[in-house]
Design a protein around this ligand. Structure first.
Ligand code: FAD
Length: 393
């Protein structure tokens, strides 16, 4: 029987398994992940998970019955150590092997670690998986935790900042760049969100390089800035981006360049091996050049494409990229890819909590950002779609 092996059971891998079955794939599907938990959603880990008094439960991607009903062999707590392309098989870390006809790499990404001498002090947290979220939540619950420093004003940093301030902590965000959300949003949206977070008590330090960390009893006590100043810290959350998990692909000799290189069908440089989700880098109809996206929407879209290719079905029509972030009562949504724009038009609505931003290249709308206007999303998707060439709609 034909076998598809999927390495990584996050949203990309799990969606690919589901899409294979939806496309009528009759072969065996092995969905392998090194985490113990049933496949779960990561977005709540920096949002609902950190707020509220009840002990949170993981938000499952699918119930256990889904895997049984769809004959998906869900292999949890199993780490793949090697891909043998010649023999078309993978080897687990315990030495066992399994064969594949098609292989999907959905290995995700890992948080970038602080490059500081004091980086292994106690009190420093990262946020990627359930274990990280449980540890962070516990640390925030500690009554002696008052001063929280977030390193990095990206989406995860800001989400944790808003949760921590909600829990009564003194929160300072330290960012080396001149503004927040530099990778995901225009300056207009970023400044709007920054101001809203300032209003609820989050402090921001932009253009600040970190020189080192102060410690007391092997626990972090301060963040020392390049200008000689210090910020007190009982807890640090480092949200300084992720590194695509390309280790297996690189060792197998697949082309990698800030991600596993893929074509329009999500095929790697080996036609029987696909890569999807946070670990994959390729072209996108709605952006120029190659890019690697780190969103749930991208992971599920790419899963559909890879599944169609494996089932010899027509490639699905391009879907416009989408992203959301929840910062307490601020919901930020983006549509399209915010690159290659030269004009920004913003409409602050009557409601001081909402905003709509249009990013244009000449007269063409290439992307849009909305804050607290969820009902506008589909209209904006439509509007941008109308302005791209007919074959990409
Ligand atoms: C805290 C947090 C909040 C987020 N919030 C949002 C949001 O609001 N909106 C949004 O759009 N996106 C959000 N994201 C991003 C989104 O969750 C990711 O883009 C998405 O999870 C990527 O899915 P993936 O399947 O590609 O990778 P992952 O979810 O990282 O899954 C990869 C899996 O593969 C496993 N794996 C790796 N190597 C091996 C191996 N050798 N053997 C076995 N298993 C292996 C990993 O352990 C992991 O379980 C958030 C991410 C985080 C961490």
């Amino acid at each position: 029987m034909d076998t598809t092996v999927i390495i990584g059971n996050g949203v990309a891998g799990t969606s690919a398994a589901a899409m294979l079955r939806r496309n009528g794939y009759e072969g065996a599907i092995k969905l392998i992940g090194d985490e113990v938990a049933l496949p779960y959603q990561r977005p709540p880990l920096s949002k609902a998970w950190l707020i509220g008094s009840d002990r949170p439960k993981p938000t499952l991607l699918r119930p256990l019955s889904f895997y049984e009903d769809n004959r998906i062999d869900l292999m949890r707590a199993r780490k793949v150590a090697k891909i043998d392309r010649n023999k078309r098989r993978i080897r687990f870390s315990d030495g066992k092997t399994t064969k594949f006809d098609s292989l999907i790499l959905a290995t995700g990404a890992l948080p970038r670690r602080l490059d500081l001498q004091e980086a292994d002090l106690k009190g420093i947290y990262y946020l990627r998986d359930l274990g990280d979220a449980a540890a962070l939540r516990q640390a925030l619950n500690n009554p002696s935790c008052h001063e929280v420093v977030i390193i990095g004003a990206g989406v995860i940093g800001l989400e944790v900042a808003s949760a921590a301030v909600d829990r009564g902590k003194t929160v300072t965000v330290v960012e080396v760049a001149a503004r927040a959300m530099a990778r995901v949003a225009s300056p207009v949206t970023a400044n709007f969100v920054t101001q809203k977070l300032k209003n609820i008590g989050v402090q921001f330090l932009f253009n600040k390089k970190i020189d080192g960390l102060g410690a007391a009893d092997h626990h972090v006590s301060s963040v020392n800035l390049g200008d000689g100043s210090q910020v007190k810290a009982d807890l640090i959350l480092a949200g300084i981006g992720v590194i695509p998990n390309t280790e297996l692909a690189e060792a197998a000799g697949l082309d990698c360049d800030n991600g596993i290189c893929v074509d329009q069908d999500m095929r790697t440089s080996d036609p029987k091996i696909f890569a999807i989700g946070d670990c994959a880098r390729g072209t996108n109809t709605f952006a120029s050049g190659k890019l690697r996206m780190e969103t749930v929407h991208n992971a599920t879209t790419q899963a559909q494409i890879a599944a169609a290719a494996i089932c010899n079905k027509e490639r699905p029509a391009p879907v416009m990229p989408r992203f959301w972030s929840d910062l307490k009562d601020i919901k930020v949504q983006t549509v399209g890819v915010a690159t290659g724009y030269d004009r920004v038009r913003s409409d602050a609505s009557q409601d001081p909590l909402s905003l709509e931003v249009h990013l244009k290249s000449g007269d063409r709308l290439v992307a849009a950002e909305i804050v607290n206007l969820p009902n506008r999303q589909s209209a904006l998707v439509e509007e941008i779609s109308l302005q791209v060439s007919p074959d990409t709609r």
